[in-house]
Structure formats: C-alpha cells, structure tokens
Design a protein around this ligand. Structure first.
Ligand code: GLA
Length: 370
C-alpha cells in the first residue's frame, strides 16, 4: 500500500491520539568520547522526527513511515519483536526495551515523518527512537523522565538494533534545544545547558559521502579505545588525563594515537565550554579546528572529501572554526560562523566543493543553497 503523503486518518481510518517530536542533533565538539565515558557538547537542529499514534486493542503494532521511498507500512505483534535488519527494528527496539522494563505495551498504529536527513551524521535514528518513546510515554501515561527516555532509546539502538553507539545522540534528541549546547558527562548522564552565543551561528554542510564500512570502522575504533584503556590500566579512556602524555606515547600504534585523540578531545570539550561562557568565539573556533585535526590524524575517521570541505570553510572570512561532526567516515561538517554570514559561507563552500567532479555538498543548517 502506498502511504506517502497520507495523513494518519487516511492511512489508519481513525484519528490520532497522541503526537510527539524529537530533533536531530549536531555535535559541536567531543567526538568519539561518549563510549569512553567522556564529555560531549551537542545541540539540537531544526529538523525533527514526528510520531503520531493511537492505541489498538488487538495487540497489533502497525507503523507507516513517510521516509522510505514511496512510504512504507510494516507491522508486528506486541511482545513478538524480532530483528529484521530494517527500519522497523528501531520501533521494535523501543517496544522490546519498554516491555523488558515491565511496561505492558499494547498494540498501536503510528505514522512517522522526519525532516532529519538520513545518513548525514545528524542522528536521524536517535530522533526517531526518542520521538517514539515520547509518544508511548504520552499514550500510556508513563512517568519516565527525559534522561530515562534517552536510556531507553540507547538500549533500543545498542542492544536491540545492535549498533555499538554511545549515549550522546539519544541524550541530545531527548534533552537538547536549539539555543543552548548540551554539555553531557556520558559517564553519569549529568548534563548542563550552555547558552549559544548571539554573535555566531552554526553552518552544517553534508559532504554527500557515506562510507560503506562506517559501522565496521566505528566498531573497530571503539575496540581500539578499549584496548588502549586496558593497556593503560584504567576502566575507560575518560580516566586518563593529558598529563599521562608519556604513557600514551608508549602505547603501540595506533592505540597511542587513538588514546591521544580521546584524551585531548575530552579536554577540548571542557575548554570549549569555558570559551562559550567567556564569549570567546576565536578560542572556540580554534578548538573546532584542533578537534578536526585530531579526528583526521589521530583517530583517522575523516576522509579527503570531508577534509576539503572543512579546509574550505576554515579559509572563509567570518568563520571562527570548522570540523567534521558525528561518527565520521563521511557525513557532515559543522562551522562556527559570524551571525548573518552562514548563507554566504555555505554558498562559497558548496561551490568550491563542486569544482571536483562528482562532488555535491548540501547545506543542512544555515540557509539552503538553491
Ligand atoms: C555516532 C554515535 C555516537 C558518537 C558519535 C561520535 O554519532 O552514535 O554515540 O559516538 O558517533 O562522537
């Protein structure tokens, strides 16, 4: 059945009962630190996932999504969740985790629509998971706070879908807003909102590069971090500070570089928070640039096309700094730009990027380039 463009009533033949939304995120700084127990600093983007829902009394769960070509509808029975390697796994993950926590999840109909671009490093999956968990919380009247919603979304993605991700994206989708940066201590999930500066705006540009082996490489980096922590005799790399430079340097390659990235990146998050509080945009920009170098050279999660995009943004006037954002191996860059200048900078970097054949970048946050 084609569901594309159809409203909830047209798809399911009855009215919506609850509506919930959750945003995508862009990480300002603190990359690959979350699964090392460290700090991250994401913020919400305007793009969101919206879930409309109504309960059923026959135990059937029917999901219509507008986000696969032509729209799609799939179903399963409450309590019979099983991984299928499809987008439906994210939905099944949330109901399976809630059930595991003792919630009697009934059948329901849900319609999903998202403006968060898929596969661009802006956490479309976390926004879907959090929007769904919020819709179920509202429909079932559950008393679950927003950190718990993030934990449920993380368990759905990590344990049910099987993606070995950290907790940043789900925390951001659940707790971040667009006017503040969310400082999260991923070890405790304690968080603090730091106002974003009025004099700057964010520009997010997608490189259009998606790495086929991204999830395998992500897993490999995570394993390297665990080996580095074990070799240093600490539970997680979070427990190593920069003064341990000598000890980090004595690790076998590439664990030395991997550990150096995590330890210096963690310190950069705290320095970025201090720069934000002091209104020192120059310093914040330098930290963005240093973070990119570290991801490129030490953590090795960048690719040449993304490096070009970052360098072309950094070379523009009115840009304080720019870096690869998200897991890497392609994806998007984030630049900190003087307010009012993001549209011009966006046009310039998209144009320069397109000078190489078969390269097409897209502005995702900032003014779209037509
Ligand atoms: C992906 C993961 C996050 C985090 C980032 C890298 O977005 O989902 O948990 O590890 O990569 O910072």
């Amino acid at each position: 059945m084609t569901v594309n463009g159809k409203c909830f009533e047209a798809v399911f033949g009855r009215p919506v009962k609850v509506l919930a939304e959750a945003p995508g995120r862009v990480n300002l700084i603190g990359e690959h630190t979350d699964y090392n127990g460290g700090y991250v600093l994401p913020t919400a983007i305007p793009q969101k996932t919206r879930v409309e829902m109504a309960p059923r009394d026959d135990g059937l769960i029917q999901i219509a999504t507008m986000n696969v070509r032509g729209g799609a509808q799939l179903s399963y029975r409450a309590g019979e969740e099983s991984r299928r390697g499809l987008w439906l796994d994210y939905v099944q993950g949330v109901t399976a985790v809630l059930r595991g926590r003792g919630v009697a999840v009934p059948g329901f109909d849900a319609r999903i629509e998202s403006t968060v671009p898929l596969g661009s490093g802006l956490s479309s999956s976390a926004s879907l998971l959090v929007a769904l968990a919020r819709a179920l919380r509202a429909m079932l009247g559950l008393s679950i706070d927003d950190v718990e919603i993030a934990r449920i979304a993380h368990a759905a993605e990590h344990d049910f879908v099987g993606a070995p991700v950290g907790t940043m994206d789900q925390m951001a989708a659940s707790l971040a807003d667009e006017s503040t940066a969310l400082l999260i201590d991923t070890r405790t999930l304690a968080f603090e909102r730091i106002p974003l500066p009025a004099e700057a705006e964010l520009l997010v540009v997608n490189s259009g590069v998606t790495h086929q082996h991204a999830s395998g490489d992500y897993k490999a980096r995570r394993a390297e971090c665990e080996r580095a922590a074990a070799a240093l005799g600490v539970p997680q790399l979070r427990d190593v500070d920069e003064v341990a430079e000598q000890r980090i340097a004595s690790l076998p390659a590439p664990l030395d570089r991997r550990a150096r990235h995590v330890v210096t990146e963690n310190a950069r998050v705290l320095a970025a928070v201090a720069a934000l509080r002091a209104g020192d945009l120059g310093r914040l920009g330098e930290l963005f640039n240093a973070s990119h170098r570290s991801m490129r050279d030490d953590f090795e999660v960048s690719v040449p096309a993304v490096d070009d995009l970052v360098e072309s943004a950094q070379a523009q006037p009115d840009v304080f700094g720019a870096r690869l954002t998200g897991g890497g191996f392609g994806g998007s860059i984030v630049a900190l730009v003087k307010r009012g200048c993001a549209a011009r900078v966006g046009r310039a970097v998209v144009e320069a990027y397109a000078r190489v054949p078969n390269r097409r970048a897209t502005v995702l946050v900032g003014e779209p380039v037509s």
